[in-house]
Design a protein around this ligand. Structure first.
Ligand code: HEM
Length: 394
């Protein structure tokens, strides 16, 4: 038997500014209301339990991406990002065109370069003994994505501002300047960024051949495929790097465990992704009514899949609020999504994070906050505006 989705009042609106710094009590309240609830003020269905978010992501025939995965529908914004905003068979063709470049073995070829970038971005912060580590978090993805795509952004801060703006535009309540910066970034890529791409770069492969396997249509689709990879790899990994610093500064015993056993590094990256997911949500849309675990989601509905809420679901993870790199978690976190839209760049993000942790483990005994961290206010990315950290040797 199915029932209509229960309704929640706007005090349970996860996009309200007062919930952005610490959304976890709100997520727990949403999970308690069931797999899906309706928020009439924004006319969206909020999905927050682990099993329901997994189901929404896996049932891609009924919970569609092709009408848009951002807060504004493709039909209203005019933007269609080729990977995230398509369903099969279009999505399958587009993803296959570049998938080969993101296989683990291919990405591992970037290890030496990424190791060098880690040294470069950590060198003066470590020498000085303290830094606002958001500078490291901005710089490392910028160098890595340049290496991958061949696109050289004007500078690190500009690139970070563009990527931040694009993710604001994917969510509700963004400011006009975010749209201006998004358009500026796409215009810059189309007119300047694509000039002089190195011969063997992913950017050249996409623009000249339609990806390593071919298949991308000439023109706008190729440009937007490149733009998607270029932008998607910046603010997301930036947030993950800050989350790693924040997590280990709050949990020195976990850092000590990692330093004592470096084989824990991959698990530490996954646990940080679970404990504080860099992306708060993506949307799906229904065409027909769908039963989601006993709740009827009507036709033509906007469905918000809240990844960090799923990752802290006590029915899926034991002691979910704790950050424990030694816990062998029964389920996988959903921070990279799941199923056909599973993050294409996950191996790249994992490489950056593992190289960073292993370099820091060689040099830092403990992280201490120099001042209270300040969270950024994006409705989509869970990042920091400032994160001043002291590196204690030992
Ligand atoms: C910690 C860093 C990252 C996080 C948390 C993250 C998260 C995600 C999530 C949740 C999705 C699924 C979207 C959906 O289901 O609608 C996704 C898709 C995607 N990501 Fe990432 N991402 C990260 C890094 C990267 C990097 C480094 C790249 C590129 C080098 C990248 C490129 C993409 C692309 C192209 C897609 C679309 C895949 C598809 O729709 O088939 N991401 N990412």
């Amino acid at each position: 038997m199915t029932t209509a989705a229960p309704t929640v009042t706007d005090d349970l609106d996860p996009f309200r500014v007062e919930h952005l710094d610490d959304p976890y009590p709100l997520y727990a309240a949403l999970r308690d209301r069931g797999p899906a609830v309706h928020l009439p003020d924004r006319d969206v269905w909020l999905v927050s339990t682990y099993s329901a978010v997994s189901e929404v992501l896996r049932n891609y025939k009924q919970f569609r991406s092709g009408l848009g995965t951002s807060y504004i529908r493709v039909a209203d914004s005019g933007f269609r990002f080729p990977f995230i905003d398509n369903d099969p068979p279009e999505h399958t063709r587009i993803r296959r065109s570049v998938q080969g470049r993101f296989h683990r073995a291919e990405v591992e070829k970037m290890t030496t370069a990424v190791r060098g970038f880690v040294r470069e971005v950590c060198s003066s912060p470590l020498a000085e003994g303290a830094a606002d580590v958001t500078t490291i978090a901005k710089a490392l993805p910028n160098l890595t994505i340049r290496d991958l795509t061949g696109v050289t952004a004007p500078d690190t801060d500009r690139m970070a501002a563009w990527a931040d703006a694009v993710f604001h535009v994917l969510g509700p309540d963004f400011e006009p300047r975010h749209m201006d910066l998004t358009l500026e970034s796409l215009d810059w890529l189309a007119t300047t960024g694509v000039l002089d791409l190195p011969m063997r770069s992913l950017g050249r492969e996409i623009l000249d051949n339609g990806g390593c396997a071919g298949g991308l249509h000439e023109g706008q689709e190729r440009l937007f495929a490149l733009a998607s990879i270029w932008i998607a790899g910046i603010d997301t990994t930036n947030a993950l790097i800050n989350i790693l610093f924040d997590a280990f500064a709050r949990h020195p015993e976990q850092w000590a465990a990692l330093r004592a056993d470096r084989s824990l590094i991959p698990a530490a990256v996954e646990e940080a992704l679970r404990w504080d997911a860099p992306i708060r949500m993506f949307l799906r849309r229904t065409v027909d009514p769908v039963d989601l675990q006993g709740v009827t989601i009507p036709a033509d509905a906007d469905v918000v899949a809240i990844f960090p809420a799923a990752n802290r679901d006590p029915l899926a993870f034991t002691d979910p609020d704790s950050f424990d790199i030694t816990a062998r978690r029964r389920n996988k976190h959903l921070s990279f999504g799941a199923s056909i839209h599973l993050c294409l760049g996950a191996p790249v993000a994992r490489l950056e994070a593992t190289e960073l942790l292993s370099h820091l483990a060689d040099h830092v005994g403990r992280f201490e906050f120099v001042a209270e961290p300040v969270r950024a206010k994006s409705r989509v990315i869970r990042n920091f505006e400032s994160l001043p950290i002291r590196f204690v040797r030992g």
